[in-house]
Design a protein around this ligand. Structure first.
Ligand code: PDD
Length: 283
């Protein structure tokens, strides 16, 4: 695989990253995952805006984001993924610093790593839905930053895999936040309800597209706090993410949604989301 590392396209196994990189030492960096549907990156500008936000919050400067689309297109070409559904990954760390100190040295320059990987939509989970568990949100309170420090997400996702569920949906102080790698929405009496944007969740790009589709479809939607107790009253649930797209949830912990099958509003949004991908490609 050809990847990009600090200005060069290299075979990924030839890339050497310093053990004194602050990403390796402290998880001091940010990342993005973008989706490539032949032949265009989906919502690329929105992902870059979020990356700029993450970097600004981490006070990492001097990164030339303007070149990233070009680099990704070149990666797609070099890896012959032109006609394949894929993801693009970008990781930016604060850079290499020796001796190891918590306080960042202001003169170091960021490390940039990017690669692309083939990833097909999961037809089975999209059609039949998934089961998810519930858990206490054990993360810090700046979940609006797409930081590479993902230990809480990893431990919780490992718990999900061990339990045989697709995802864990977290709550903080009794209110739903999001999943380990997904945003979450519910449907109640045909109203789409999702937690509001604040520092407890990531401002998902898929979530943003879903809310725009709700407007287009004249589906009522609310961004508001959802208590764990309220879950029993919901008719439908779905997950939203770049990799998961719109994935129906048929069971969350002990609450089986009324039908025990993907809900009809969820499936309508899923269908419109696929149409939107095609529209997006033509723009
Ligand atoms: N996850 N919340 C968290 C904690 C995430 O890690 C992600 C993305 C999302 C959804 O954001 P978006 O729609 O912009 O992808 C929410 C990775 C990239 C994924 O699994 O797709």
């Amino acid at each position: 695989m050809i990847a990009y590392y600090n200005g060069q396209f290299l075979e990924s196994d030839k890339i050497q990253i310093s053990p004194f990189d602050r990403g390796f030492q402290f998880a001091d960096g940010a990342y993005e995952v973008v989706r490539y549907y032949p032949n265009k990156f989906f919502e690329f500008d929105a992902h870059m805006e979020r990356l700029k936000y993450s970097l600004s919050q981490l006070d990492i400067s001097s990164v030339n984001i303007e070149r990233f689309q070009e680099i990704f297109v070149e990666l797609i070409q070099k890896n012959e993924l032109f006609d394949q559904s894929s993801i693009g990954y970008i990781q930016i760390t604060r850079g290499v610093q020796f001796p190891r100190r918590h306080s960042p040295d202001p003169v170091i320059s960021p490390t940039i790593f990017m690669y692309v990987e083939k990833l097909s939509p999961n037809k089975e989970t999209h059609a039949n839905g998934v089961t998810v568990g519930l858990g206490e949100d054990i993360r810090w309170i700046r979940c609006d930053i797409k930081s590479i420090s993902l230990l809480a997400n990893i431990l919780t996702k490992k718990g999900a895999v061990d339990k045989g569920v697709y995802e864990i949906v977290w709550s903080r102080n009794g209110f739903i936040t999001e999943g380990t790698h997904t945003n979450v929405a519910f449907v109640k009496n045909n109203v789409v309800i999702t937690p509001p944007l604040n520092s407890f969740i990531l401002a998902g790009i898929t979530r943003k597209v879903v809310l725009k589709l709700c407007d287009e479809l004249k589906l009522q939607h609310e961004e508001r706090n959802i208590s764990v107790e309220e879950l029993n009253t919901m008719d439908e649930c779905f997950l939203m993410a770049t990799t998961s797209e719109i994935t129906p949830v048929v069971k969350i912990a002990s609450s089986t949604f009324r039908t025990g099958a993907p809900g009809k509003v969820t499936m309508l949004l899923q269908k419109e989301f696929q149409k939107n991908i095609h529209r997006n490609k033509l723009m």
